[in-house]
Design a binder for this molecule. Structure first.
Ligand code: S3P
Length: 454
C-alpha cells in the first residue's frame, strides 16, 4: 500500500455540524461481551476503525458469529454463551490496539481456551506484564517475550474469586481482570488507585452481571463482581467518542470565528477531562440536550473560537483524559501563558512515546516546550499565526500513532507553517473519516500527492 503524506494548511473559521464515530472503548467491549453472551446482541453505531475491527475478527476466531446488519450502522453478534469459546487455530492479531489485546487476554484467561496474541511493531513494544502479572497471580498460565507480545494464554478452569490491587489506574487492566473473573464463583474484587473509565462495569451490568463499584474514602476505586455471571445479549447503542471529538473541538477553539456543533457525544464523567480543562482555559464550549442513551449520558457540544489562557493540570485528572494530552498541548500552544501538565507517565507507553512525539511536534513549529519523565510544559504563543509566504512544510514524526497524527493536522490548521504528516494512514486506527469530516467543517487538508487543496 502506498502511503500518501498529508498536510494541514492555515484555515479560515470552521463551521457546521458533525457526528464523530462511535466510542472506541465501548465498541471493543460491546463486541467482547456480545461474543461471551447467550443470544444475539445488536450493536448500533459501532466504531469501524482498524483497532475495533481487529477485536471483531478475534471474536469470530473465538467462535462468535458476527454479521453486519442491513442498514450498515448495525452489527449483530451471536455469542457462544454457555457453549463456550473455541481455541483459535492461528494467533490473534490485534494490530495497533492495546485495548483490544489486553481485554481479550483477560477474556481468554477465564474461558478455558488457549490463544496466542500478536500485534504490530508499536504494540509489540508495549508492556503486557501489567495484565499478565495479575493474571499469573490468579493462577493463569501465561507465556510471553519478557512481558511483551507475542503472548500465549492457557485458559484453564474458572479462576478462584480473589482481590487484586492494581498499581495504575488503567481501565484496560481492570477490564481484563473483570473479564477473566466472569466464571469465578464468589466475589472478585479489584481495587485501583483511582477511578479509570468505567464502561466495562456499566456494560457488564447491562448484560446482567452483578457489579458494584465505589470510590473509597482514600480516593481509590473498588469494583466487586459476583460470579459466576451469566451474560445475556442486550442491544448496545454506541455514543460518539469524546476522544475523537477532542480534535475538532480543539481546532474550533484555536481558529477565530469558528462555530461548530458535535452531536451525541459521550459525557461519561470518566471521559470528560479534556472538555473540563479546555473550559478552564477559556474555551467557549456549551453542552446541551443532555440525554440518556444505552446506559450512558450523551449531549451535543457547541464550540466557538476562543481566547485561551494556559492552565496547570494535576495527576488526578489524567485517567479522564489520558488520550487527549497531545491535542491539549496543541491547544496550549495557542493559549497565552504557560500550560503545565503533570502525572503523564502513562503517555510514555501508549501507541508511541506521546510526551516525546508531542514535544518534538510543537518544537518543529517554533513553540517552546519542556518535558520530564512524567510532565510536559508548553509556553503558549497567545496568537493565531498567519501563513508565511514561503512556508516550508514542517514534517511531524508520528511513529504510526493516530492521535499524534490528528494532533499534528489540527496544529497545521492554525499555525504559521504547513504541517506535514508522512503516514496519515495511521489515523484509520480510530477515526478513518477524520480528514473528510474536518474538510466538511472548512479545514484545509491536502493529500500531497494530489498537489491540490481539497
Ligand atoms: C482504554 C483505556 C485507556 C486508553 C485507551 C482505551 C480502554 O488505557 O488509553 O485508549 O478502552 O479501556 P489505560 O486503561 O491503560 O489507561
Amino acid at each position: 500500500m502506498s502511503i500518501i503524506p498529508a498536510a494541514a494548511h492555515p484555515s479560515f473559521r470552521l463551521c457546521g455540524e458533525l457526528r464523530v464515530p462511535g466510542d472506541k472503548s465501548i465498541s471493543h467491549r460491546a463486541l467482547i461481551l456480545g461474543a461471551m453472551a447467550e443470544g444475539r446482541t445488536e450493536i448500533t453505531g459501532l466504531q469501524d476503525g482498524e483497532d475495533v475491527l481487529n477485536t471483531l475478527k478475534a471474536m469470530r476466531s473465538l467462535g462468535a458469529d458476527i454479521v453486519r446488519g442491513a442498514d450498515d450502522t448495525t452489527w449483530c453478534v451471536s455469542g457462544f454463551g454457555a457453549k463456550g469459546a473455541t481455541s483459535p487455530a492461528a494467533p490473534l492479531d490485534f494490530g495497533n490496539s492495546g485495548t483490544g489485546v489486553r481485554l481479550v487476554m483477560g477474556m481468554v484467561a477465564g474461558l478455558g481456551v488457549e490463544a496466542s496474541f500478536i500485534g504490530d511493531e508499536s504494540l509489540s513494544g508495549r508492556p503486557m506484564d501489567r495484565v499478565l502479572k495479575p493474571l499469573s497471580a490468579l493462577g493463569v498460565k501465561v507465556n510471553s517475550r519478557d512481558g511483551c507480545l507475542p503472548v500465549t494464554i492457557y485458559g484453564g478452569g474458572p479462576i478462584p474469586a480473589q482481590t487484586t490491587k492494581t498499581s495504575i489506574a488503567s481501565a484496560q487492566v481492570k477490564s481484563a481482570l473483570l473479564l477473566a473473573s466472569l466464571r469465578s464463583k464468589g466475589v472478585t474484587e479489584i481495587i485501583e488507585p483511582a477511578l479509570s473509565r468505567d464502561h466495562s462495569e456499566r456494560m457488564l451490568r447491562a448484560f446482567g452481571a452483578e457489579v458494584h463499584s465505589e470510590v473509597l474514602a482514600d480516593g481509590r476505586h473498588r469494583v466487586r463482581l459476583s460470579g459466576p455471571a451469566h451474560l445475556k445479549a442486550t442491544p448496545v447503542i454506541v455514543p460518539a467518542d469524546p476522544s475523537s471529538a477532542a480534535f475538532p473541538i480543539a481546532a474550533a477553539l484555536c481558529i477565530p470565528g469558528s462555530d461548530i456543533t458535535l452531536q451525541g457525544v459521550l459525557m461519561n464523567p470518566t471521559r470528560t477531562g479534556f472538555i473540563d480543562v479546555a473550559r478552564r482555559m477559556g474555551g467557549q464550549i456549551d453542552i446541551s440536550n443532555i440525554r440518556a442513551s444505552g446506559g450512558e449520558e450523551i449531549a451535543d457540544i457547541r464550540v466557538r473560537g476562543s481566547v485561551l489562557r494556559g492552565v496547570e493540570t494535576t495527576p488526578d485528572i489524567v485517567p479522564s483524559m489520558v488520550d487527549e494530552f497531545p491535542i491539549l498541548a496543541v491547544l496550549a500552544a495557542f493559549a497565552s501563558g504557560t500550560t503545565m501538565m503533570r502525572g503523564l507517565a502513562e503517555l510514555r507507553v501508549k501507541e508511541s512515546d506521546r510526551i516525546a512525539r508531542t514535544e518534538e511536534m510543537l518544537q518543529g513549529v517554533g513553540v517552546e516546550v519542556k518535558s520530564g519523565e512524567d510532565w510536559l510544559c508548553v509556553e503558549g504563543t497567545g496568537a493565531v499565526w498567519g501563513e508565511s509566504a514561503n512556508a516550508v512544510p514542517v514534517p511531524v514524526r508520528t511513529d504510526g500513532d493516530h492521535r499524534i497524527a490528528m494532533a499534528a493536522m489540527v496544529l497545521g490548521l492554525a499555525s504559521f507553517r504547513r504541517v506535514q504528516v508522512a503516514d496519515p494512514g495511521c489515523i484509520a486506527t480510530s477515526y478513518p473519516g477524520f480528514c473528510d469530516d474536518m474538510r466538511a467543517l472548512g479545514a484545509r487538508f491536502q493529500e500531497e500527492a494530489e498537489g491540490a487543496l481539497c
